[in-house]
Design a protein around this ligand. Structure first.
Ligand code: SF4
Length: 194
């Protein structure tokens, strides 16, 4: 690299200034680390699970807000949870970019329903969506449930299948299995196998 006389003077002056500051006990690296700490100092932390793949890594969401009733907390930073047994604080590149997903204007925030024959999806409430799913499941079970196969009691419901989430805890996985089996559903699989 060719350095002109003017560039050489600038570099020398910069180097001298840097070493003089360091000699006075001011370390740029330390100063930068302090700024990073201040960035998260006022945030609240919430534990969650990365929604992308079946590994189910734990994340910490840093939210900024004053905690008042009508104020909305804004997620400003996402990092791996060092206490999570799956990832121990690490995240793959996809999980590390989770903040973009959280703040995306295209993110789906409410359930949507496309009525039979309709071209458009319509936003609906969670209550409506859960009620609709329950209604359809009940009607289908009433139509398809098989109590006996000849002499044998089978109590099975084979016209639907259930896919459980791999990011769930052991406890919610246990309850999911109990509820699904209690309804007679035989086709149960988990995202962790996908
Ligand atoms: S951080 Fe990566 S590996 Fe972990 S759950 Fe998210 S997408 Fe999967």
């Amino acid at each position: 690299m060719t350095v002109t006389r003017r560039q050489f003077v600038k570099l020398t002056a910069g180097g001298l200034a840097g070493s003089s500051i360091a000699a006075l006990g001011f370390s740029p690296a330390r100063a930068l680390a302090e700024v990073r700490e201040f960035k998260l100092a006022r945030t609240s932390q919430t534990r969650n699970t990365c929604p992308y793949c079946s590994v189910g890594c734990g994340v910490i969401l840093h939210g900024l807000g004053d905690g008042s009733k009508n104020a909305r907390t804004e997620i400003v930073h996402v990092e791996g949870d060092p206490d999570h047994p799956v990832n121990r604080g690490t995240l793959c590149p996809k999980g590390a970019s989770l903040l973009d997903f959280v703040q995306s204007p295209h993110r789906l925030r409410v359930p949507e329903h496309r009525a039979p024959g309709a071209k458009e999806w319509t936003p609906v409430s969670w209550d409506w969506a859960i009620g609709r799913i329950a209604r359809l499941m009940k009607d289908d079970r009433d139509r398809s449930f098989t109590a006996r196969h000849g002499e044998l009691a089978v109590n099975r419901w084979t016209s639907v299948a259930f896919l459980a989430a791999s990011a769930s805890s052991n406890e919610s996985g246990y309850i999911t299995n109990k509820v699904i089996r209690a309804m007679g559903m035989t086709a149960l699989d988990n995202q962790a196998r996908v």
